[in-house]
Design a protein around this ligand. Structure first.
Ligand SMILES: C[S@@+](CC[C@H](N)C(=O)[O-])C[C@H]1O[C@@H](n2cnc3c(N)ncnc32)[C@H](O)[C@@H]1O
Length: 314
């Protein structure tokens, strides 16, 4: 299945949706400006396409069991105002999907947004030793780079600087969340983070929601899965990200937002955050950003494009 990586893509079908899966001519001028709502509304198309790609893979693979693309629905609810224009967050820099499992989201973002994407996970924890991500990449003809990096080691990211890192559903699997968040704040401008949180914990359901706490689960306490470690209270997560070098731009809590605990499926709460690094980019870091793709420039182009598609003049 052809899965041509695109540098910049915007085209509209008669229904006003982005026709992101269609073959794209490279000799036209394409203007990036993908909005999160557009990605969310195209989920069914992406799912079908990835299901077809999985079906065409010959080797037997124990695929990741959960719906990775459902993140797009939550990100659509999370992001507000200008933050919905994903290209503004990325600003011409590479993107990393950390803990990406089979890479579904990385492949969709590469194809729909035209970004250079690193998919990072570690074979030791990954459901299929990263075989699925590599097989899908080959099947799709994607240029997403699949990296085996353990975030609980003294890790180095493949690129020096990222515009956006996705860290979805992995923080509670990490032994050293403060270290990871601080390290990422030195290399990425923005972070999309989601993790499970808890307002009550322990045998007596002690209330922890208002205090900046982290609860270390027993190896069998959450899904009988010993790779689960730290469940933060909502206040604990917010303090963690701030002290690790981030400021909160957008926030969303989903699930049981009143009685959440670390272990019962019916009291599962997830918190989604859009964060901006408070650490200055290293001197000379600006040189890795293409001059023609400043946020202001792309915002103007994006507005003009939307107006054109809607038949308006700006
Ligand atoms: C629950 S899945 C999240 C999948 C996807 N991001 C989502 O939100 O649906 C967590 C992923 O994190 C990876 N992971 C766990 N510990 C890791 C570590 N120390 N370093 C890198 N990846 C890790 C696992 O292999 C798994 O694929």
């Amino acid at each position: 299945m052809a899965f041509t990586p695109l540098s910049v893509v915007v085209s509209a079908n008669p229904h006003g949706k982005l026709a992101v899966w269609e073959p794209v001519r490279r000799d036209r001028v394409y203007i990036a400006g993908v909005e999160i709502g557009t990605l969310a509304s195209n989920i069914a198309v992406y799912r079908d396409d990835l299901a077809r790609a999985r079906g065409a893979v010959r080797e037997p693979i124990d695929w990741y069991r959960y719906d990775i693309l459902a993140n797009l629905v939550h990100l659509d609810l999370l992001l507000s105002g200008e933050n919905r224009e994903l290209d503004q967050l990325v600003d011409g820099l590479p993107v990393a999907d950390i803990g990406g499992a089979d890479g579904d989201l990385a492949f969709v973002l590469e194809r729909a947004c035209g970004w250079k994407v690193d998919m990072i996970d570690t074979a030791a924890a990954n459901a299929n030793g990263l075989r699925a991500a590599r097989a899908l990449r080959d099947q799709l003809g994607s240029t997403v780079a699949v990296w085996d990096i353990d975030l609980d080691a003294q890790f180095r990211l493949p690129a020096e600087r990222y515009g956006l890192v996705l860290l979805l559903g992995i923080l509670y699997h990490l032994q050293n969340p403060f270290y990871v968040l601080r390290a990422l704040s030195e290399q990425s401008e923005h972070l999309l983070l989601s993790t499970r949180v808890a307002r009550f914990a322990g045998p007596n359901r002690t209330s922890i929601g208002e205090l900046p706490l982290a609860y270390l689960v027993d190896p069998t306490e959450t899904n009988n899965d010993p790779t689960n470690y730290w469940m933060f209270s909502p206040a604990g997560l917010d303090r963690l990200v701030r002290r690790a070098g981030w400021t909160i731009l957008d926030q969303l809590s989903v699930g049981d937002v009143e009685q959440s605990d670390p272990s019962s499926p019916e009291h599962d709460e997830r918190r989604f955050l859009l964060l901006r690094s408070t650490r200055p980019a290293p001197a000379g870091g600006a040189s890795v950003r293409p001059a023609s793709r400043s946020a202001g420039h792309r915002a103007r182009v994006s507005r003009a494009l939307r107006a054109a598609l809607a038949g308006r003049r700006t």
